[in-house]
Design a protein around this ligand. Sequence first.
Ligand code: SAH
Length: 208
Amino acid sequence: MDFAAARDRLVDSLLRRDVIERPETAAAMRAVPRHEFVPEQHRTAAYHDRPLPIGNGQTISAPHIVGQMLDLLELTAGDRALEIGTGCGYHAAVTAELVDSGTVYSIEYDPELAADARETLADLGYDIQIRTGDGREGWPEAAPFDGVYLTCATDEPPPALIRQTAIDGYLVGPFGGGRQRLYRLQPEPGGGYSSEEFGAVLFVPMQG
Ligand code: SAH
């Protein structure tokens, strides 16, 4: 199977459907071999636009949601990014293609998934820092971040993550009890934040 061709077709279709608009996002998605991040038996489906199981009851998000979230963060080369929910590491790799892997930090609750993601990312040459723990606390020593995003859903945006987002940066994630929606928040200089909403989504719930 020609994985590179399948990947290009997928990104072309995301662009055509206006799911992603930024050329930086498209280039980052064209660069990351998603099939290397999914279990062997799902490889042939790696470039279908859908979530796939990655073990321990978790899933890798569908490509369109990864692209949409990356577009919303509006990151540029050299920016600092924090991910909550490393999973298999795919989404972190796409972010790293955009900003440079030395400035991507990711927190994963499940130690097994974190260990596997570390190995996959290192094998592919990504230098992404991964920490095991509860992402609600963020990564204060490495803050502020130009972009923070969550790949697991919580009722309300965790306050520590808002504090660790730069004033001109964004926090993107699925929030809302019961009915999740994708939001983009921007902290305000005097405290508090503004928020925009981008429709209904379905992410795994945040644990802990
Ligand atoms: N970005 C991932 C998607 C993983 S699914 C990828 O590309 O594969 C969401 C992940 O969030 C799961 O791996 C889950 O274990 C993790 N998670 C759940 N609760 C968490 C928490 N409190 N802190 C950090 N990670 C959490």
